[in-house]
Design a binder for this molecule. Structure first.
Ligand code: MCA
Ligand code: AMP
Length: 494
């Protein structure tokens, strides 16, 4: 297969690139629409010169048009979570100094006040599309291309900036490692503001000339129907999706389940990632479908770093070996490389796949690198030829259903509740979500709080998947001599 350089989309014009409900779009149609959108964005200018253009668009032809249109016109694409609470968008838009926001007209009413207050022009794809294609700039691949927001050990999410070169390295590594080809057909139901959906599925698929079926959400009945009819040969998801499929099987008649599992069995590849895949789940999936899940490890800042092999042993509970072009090294707490087997250390990464910077945050950028290595904060061991993830160095990061959540960000919102005096949020092991957001709350004197009331209060203030699944009322939070909440003590309480 011929691999393109920028603009990262196959030019096999007649081949179907995207399927959206019952509409199909060929690569020729998609490419031409992207060029017209890029021309409309430029509106006579030569180059967007890294203007930050945000978009609030579910998985669709429009989403692809905007992502690639911004790239081709020389801008920085800032895809936003369409499930975000409007209150959260303020931070993303102001942090990135966004000047234009592209959103479907149905969202304009909800977004117009915020955009006006930040002096952001709010337009729809149709309003931007030019009638014909004009001259597009030549973009150096070292230029900034995309900003994705990631939660971390700070209160507010940081903007992770990658260049065209970073994105190209992330895509081509996976195309080679997982043997993507134009014969592949894959469903895409993951959100399109994270690497998993944007790079691993959409971008790899479109670069390889494959066909990507777009879903605005994880629609189990429709997707499993198409799995049964043999539509797909590749499937990529977070562990929670495999759990939800198995739960769905429990409530479905055995003949239908058998047909769905046969559909999975026929595929060439099933991948799990974004969070740890429990060994039990790996085995259940193998028993049901015969598929040996390929588990891999990645991060917004690095794309994919470690993967079980396409050919060869895929070991349950392990994430495999360094991907080609990616350097992986474990380090101990004194920053010395670990050379001994079975000793746990922080995963650090080097390679063209690594991001450029945290937007407008040189301090955070320099603190996240040591001697040229990006420090992931994840702890692993090397065991008999495989990396195994042991956990994270921070208790303030929670992985729920594949989403990385900041405990501090959730605490910050909960503390604005009139009845809450103090709060500590942790992730508690959970069979469906991996970790469930759990809030320990100390109330103000005389106050009371019901879970359902708090949940309602949270709606609109945070994305729904961040809302605590459980609350525990406490007289006082456990604190150390310095007055800091001891979260490990809370974990022991659960
Ligand atoms: C939905 N809900 C959740 C989550 N998702 N609660 C906790 N954690 C979640 N992740 C809640 C909703 O708030 C709602 O609650 C109820 O579940 C039903 O919501 P719905 O949207 O219908 O749920 P779903 O469609 O079943 O969504 C589950 C999901 C979704 C499909 C697993 O969470 C998802 O797409 N996760 C993947 C995220 C992802 O792509 N992560 C990759 C980032 P209520 O009913 O109470 O209102 S990591 C990454 O990119 C790195 C590089 C990597 O390694 O891949
Ligand atoms: P994000 O920054 O949202 O891209 O999430 C990246 C984080 O997800 C990593 O730092 C890990 O903590 C976690 N992660 C990704 N893949 C795996 C995996 N296969 N096993 C365990 N954790 C994972």
């Amino acid at each position: 297969m011929a691999v393109n350089t920028f603009p990262q989309l196959s030019n096999d014009n007649d081949k179907v690139a995207l399927v959206e409900v019952d509409q199909s779009y060929s690569y020729g149609t998609v490419n031409e629409r992207i060029d017209r959108f890029a021309s409309g964005l430029l509106a006579g200018e030569q180059d967007l010169e890294e203007e930050r253009i945000a978009f609030f668009i579910p998985a669709s032809l429009d989403y692809v048009t905007v992502l690639h249109g911004v790239w081709r016109a020389g801008g920085i694409a800032v895809p936003l979570n369409v499930a975000s609470a409007v209150a959260e968008l303020d931070h993303y838009l102001s942090c990135a100094s966004v000047t234009r926001m592209i959103a479907n007209s149905e969202y304009h009413e909800a977004l117009s006040e915020l955009c006006a207050s930040l002096n952001i022009e709010l337009v729809s794809v149709d309003q931007v599309l030019a009638d014909s294609v004009g001259a597009l700039p030549k973009i150096d691949e070292t230029r900034r291309a995309m900003m994705l927001f990631t939660s971390g050990t700070t209160n507010k999410p940081k903007g992770v900036v990658s260049t065209h070169k970073t994105i190209k390295a992330q895509i081509t590594t996976l195309i080679d490692a997982w043997e993507w080809s134009e014969n592949d057909v894959i469903p895409l139901f993951l959100p399109l503001h994270h690497i998993h959906g944007i790079i691993n599925i959409l971008s790899c698929g479109l670069w390889a000339g494959a066909t990507v079926h777009l879903f605005s959400k994880f629609d189990i009945p429709r997707i499993t129907e198409q799995v049964t009819s043999g539509t797909y040969n590749v499937f990529m998801a977070v562990p929670t999706i495999y759990v939800k499929l198995i739960q769905y099987f429990d409530s479905t008649d055995p003949a239908t389940v058998r047909a769905i599992c046969d559909g999975f069995a026929e595929m060439r590849l099933n991948i799990s990632g974004s969070a740890a895949c429990p060994v039990k789940l790996f085995k259940q999936w193998q028993d049901l479908t015969g598929q040996v899940l390929l588990e891999r490890y990645g991060m917004t800042e690095i794309g994919m770093g470690i993967s079980n092999p396409y050919h060869g042993e895929r070991r349950a509970g392990c994430v495999g070996q360094a991907l080609p072009g990616v350097e992986v090294q474990l380090f101990d707490e004194y920053d010395s490389p670990i050379t001994e087997e079975a000793l746990a250390g922080e995963i650090r990464i080097k390679g063209e796949n690594v991001f450029l910077e945290y937007w407008d945050n040189p301090k955070a950028t320099s603190e996240s690198f040591k001697d040229g290595w990006f420090c992931t904060g994840d702890v692993a061991v090397w065991e008999d030829g495989f990396y195994r993830i042991m956990g994270r160095s921070s208790v303030d990061i929670i992985k729920s259903g594949g989403y990385k959540l900041s405990a501090l960000e959730i605490e910050g919102v909960l503390l604005t509740h009139d009845d809450i005096a103090e709060v500590a949020v942790i992730g508690v092991p959970d069979d469906t979500w991996g970790e469930a957001v759990t809030a320990f709350i100390g109330l103000k004197p005389g106050a009371s709080l019901e879970y359902e009331d708090l949940k309602t209060w949270c709606e609109g203030r945070m994305s729904s998947y961040k809302i605590p699944k459980h609350i525990k009322l406490v007289d006082a939070l456990p604190r150390n001599a310095m007055g800091k909440v001891t979260k490990p003590a809370l974990k022991e309480l659960v």
